[in-house]
Design a protein around this ligand. Structure first.
Ligand SMILES: C[S@@+](CC[C@H](N)C(=O)[O-])C[C@H]1O[C@@H](n2cnc3c(N)ncnc32)[C@H](O)[C@@H]1O
Length: 198
């Protein structure tokens, strides 16, 4: 990466996501982020929630971009980014109160999502939470026509991707010791799904 990366979508949704995450977090909490993308989100959240510690992770090819965002970040509550493919069997040993990810569940395969829930079981503390932002089907139904079209477009590009269903995710979550998700409606027909360990 030679230029600092920028994602317009992340700039648009960060304020709304911050208001949800802020209500879920307490001073001293550690957050493990999956698929951090450019690193914009983690810098924005860390700036606004300075008493929370943030651990960005990404595929190796995106780590340099995150490092560029961190080089410009004026704070000491973001840890250097770690390489993590969510399909990895071994996850960082950091014990987090919250694991957070935005706009990844419709990109990665269902098998990778299974790996996320398995990884969360090992990396979350006792009553930890997994907070996932993005588009979801609710109980098997698209909430809007535009999300149905988005799903078709995703699957045309990669048959293993697609908008995930809350009921199917809840069944998976339950098998890893989580309660069914609270689905918090967000702008632009998205949700934050919050699964908490029972
Ligand atoms: C649509 S982007 C979202 C990035 C960022 N979370 C945001 O909201 O701006 C999806 C991200 O998932 C990452 N990703 C894809 N497959 C992954 C995997 N197997 N493990 C970890 N990250 C993955 C990609 O590198 C990409 O940055």
């Amino acid at each position: 990466v030679s230029e600092k990366p920028f994602a317009a979508a992340a700039a648009q949704n960060q304020q709304a996501i911050l208001s949800v995450l802020g209500a879920e977090l307490s001073a001293g909490d550690h957050v493990l982020e999956l698929g951090s993308g450019t690193g914009q989100h983690v810098c924005f959240f860390a700036q606004h929630l300075p008493e929370v510690f943030w651990q960005p992770t990404e595929l190796p090819s995106r780590l340099d971009g995150i490092r560029m965002w961190l080089a410009d970040f004026d704070g000491d509550n973001v840890l250097p980014p770690l390489s993590l493919d969510v399909r990895d069997e071994v996850w960082p040993t950091l014990q987090a109160q919250v694991i957070y990810s935005a706009n990844t569940f419709h990109i990665v395969s269902w098998q990778a999502i299974e790996s996320v829930f398995a990884g969360c079981s090992s990396s979350l503390t006792g009553s930890g939470k997994l907070c996932v932002y993005g588009p979801f089907k609710i109980d098997g139904r698209f909430t809007t026509q535009s999300n149905a079209q988005f799903d078709q477009m995703l699957r045309a590009q990669d048959p293993l991707s697609g908008v995930r269903d809350s009921a199917e995710l809840n069944a998976l979550a339950l098998s890893h010791g989580f309660r069914p998700a609270r689905m918090i409606p967000m702008p632009a027909n998205n949700f934050v799904a919050i699964w908490q360990l029972a």
